[in-house]
Design a binder for this molecule. Sequence first.
Ligand code: PLP
Length: 470
Amino acid sequence: MNTYLKKDLLQIENLLEIIKKQGTAYINSLPERSTTAKEFIISDNVILPENGCGAEKALEVFNKRFEPIMVSSSGPRYWGFVTGGATPASTAGDWLTSIYDQNTQNVKGQGGISAVIEFETIKLLLDLLRLPDRFLGGFVTGATMSNFTCLGVARQWLGREKGVDIAKGGVSIPMKIFTATPHSSSLKALSMLGLGSGNIIKIKTEEGNREALSIQDFENKISELKGEPFILISSGGTVNTVDFDDFTEIKKLKEKYNFWWHIDAAFGGFAACSESHKHLLKDWEFADSITVDCHKWLNVPYESAVYLVKEEHKLLQMETFQNSNAPYLGDPLENFSYSNFLPENSRRMRALPAWFSLMAYGKKGYEEIISNSISLSQQFGDFIDQSENFKLLAPVRLNTVCFTLKNIEDQDKVDLFLEKLNKTGKVFMTPTFYNQYKGIRAAFVNWMTNEKDVQMVSELMQETIKELKK
Ligand SMILES: *Cc1c(COP(=O)(O)O)cnc(C)c1O
């Protein structure tokens, strides 16, 4: 055995101890640590060392070069994109995922049983999201891959409806895909699936500053198809204004027309945990497939998301992702293997961090996280609404505030304002473009964020705008 390997194995306890200390210090520093990288380093002469230096020395190099510029993206004031954090229990589960290093495939033996944990975690999540257990689910790396998985099964379904097996024969027929305000990742999934991101049929949005699809326009477009089956990609929370399609009306249309109904509820799905907001998801359980991200509002480390596909579609899903060439044998759930149900073959025990967090904090814990984010976004939205310098670009519907500078003449200063604000390192938000305006988004997703953070950022924004006006 290599000397460094041998040494590291002998001192594994010491190594984990060092990492534990460093990890504790990092987590405790999150509220103060900068949200923005102060400098960028470019590595242009990286050379693979001939003999290496052992893990402890490698850590020294990491600490010298990279540690100081790690941003607190899992901290309380990183409001860009839709970024969650990692609860203590999920971090514990994540560490153990690496330590146990399972290749998670089967439920019944064949070398491992870690998929049992994944099955269980899906059940816990369905419970949290108030969904029936008619959904089969699994973990993928993010909502992008979940959309890909769900739309892959949708593609197989649509082929079947038209008499072709797309998994076997490739995409040989035109397919109709409807959507109003899709997330970019759904379009990317369509590209990867050979369906073409440019082939979507855009449904108009409801009138009055909305991103939700117009039911009327949708039905008009359906009737033009004269009974041809199609796919609908609907939104359970758009990223700019967190608008939700009307699932009750879509459910009624699904009773009349033949289509696959997919919902991208990457973060909006967690509205199910809120008494005051769960109505946004009413009837979503009638969808064929649903995307939910766990590394956002569930606050578990990256890479974690689930696909939820109705169990009645298990054969279609198996046809889409079947890995073995063995002739198909009976019920796909009999000798279940995840490698026949999703894109990856070998995969880590991705469910464990979520399992830990769900067990550790339960329904109540998550209801509190969700309602805290919702009330903080309202607090921040009120600040924007009452400010003389800013204005809302859309009402605060859930956990995101989309706003801009108040005076139209200041449109060209939006980028500069955001740059100055982010440069403080005390908060991070992301730019957007909505309704003809340059805007800024602040998303409340992190379990640590509290009212003082919102207060502090509000003051910081006032100072930043003052400086800008000088
Ligand atoms: C974040 C997001 C995605 C993409 O998720 P990743 O986890 O980054 O792959 C898809 N849809 C919606 C609505 C999102 O918010």
